[in-house]
Design a protein around this ligand. Sequence first.
Ligand code: IFM
Length: 452
Amino acid sequence: MSSHTLSHRFSKDFLFGVATAAYQIEGAHDEDGRKPCIWDAFSRTPGRVINGDTGAVACDHYHRMPEDVKLIKSLCADAYRFSIAWPRVVPDGRGAVNEKGLAFYDRLVDELLKNEIKPFATLYHWDLPIEQHGRGGWCARDTSYAFADYADAVMKRLGDRLAGVMTLNEPWCSSFLSYLYGQHAPGEKNLQATLAAVHHLNLAHGLAVQVVRAHKPDMPVGIVLNAKSIHPGSDKPEDIAAAERYDAFHNGVFAEPIFAGRYPAAVMEALGPVMPKIEADDLKIISQPLDFLGINYYFPDRVVADPSVPFPAATQIQLENVTRTAMTWEVHAPSLAHLIKDMGRRFKLPPIYITENGCAQFDEMVDGEVNDPERIDYLDGHLTVLADLIEEGIDIRGYFAWSLMDNYEWAYGYAKRFGIVYVDYETQKRTIKASGKWYRDLIAGRAQAGSK
Ligand code: IFM
């Protein structure tokens, strides 16, 4: 579908945005009082990141912020979702607030507002200050409270001008990928540590919601989950049961405490003895009503029963002959609808924003242009699904393309490009890809159509 045809399916107040995260784009890792975070340490550890790439320079956004805001403007985006670096604002994790760190985000927010772009800030996108890691990181309950204090500092300074606040980005990654599978900082493989991180992240979220509301009761606040769209690998009852357990383990440990005030029974039954201490009010704090749920969706998870692995005794399988991205992730837009409907069946959800969606492709610059039809197809397919869901009456308020520009893709370093804008890391030149122009026309077309 051309971007023009799709434009007509979104109302004028549907929010189209682009998203990034601090460690992935800012660089300036040791400037103006910023201190190291767990990703500075992890990325410098041999063997952890492809090519030993680090976020020390990244897209140099810290020095190029005004031009980057112009770029966002040129894409006609209504909103920009960025993250605030905890190690810039409270460099030791706890204690002194760094004025220069806050001043950067202050300038960013003002620049966005000047350009009529709504600022949506994520408080935590994985850059835990190394000093706080030394105090136990997410395995320690203290980190939830340190996070709330940091949130307080941010709200004091920016709370009057933000359009929305996301507490955490993808706590699954900050726990499972970081403490169970060892692929993200701090690179551990320990179930007990993982479950402690899960609970302390949930608690940090709840405490931060309280902080945000204490500053500004009407500030839209939510969390961003990369909830998995789970499909049993077959119709066999054992695969269906495996998919349910997999859901409880990977999705339920976040969604259930947040939206139902309890941990999944299957998880408590299987893993109760290794769960951290859950104190009396924790679940009440965690389950405060939210103004929105942010969903990051990229690919489906297909699972079968596998008694040879520990709980949830399920293994992912890969389908053959399907389209895959440069990450080897399966492209399957209908799974976005499956995810949203499945979550909606399980919980009473607040309004939804798609806070990330996009793909890495093998982009190349040829004669000054980057032609990326696969990314256009990906965006088109997923936005078409969203338009269908909205027409069915599901309350979806906005969509943020991941990402504004190519950036530091964590353990893959700079090897994977997710941007709708190409970054030449030698010169830091930004070039809008064909997908970026397509997205711009989609947004602009909607305004011109004056639709709905
Ligand atoms: O780049 C990441 C982002 O930081 C979090 N969500 C998934 C993206 C692609 O892997």
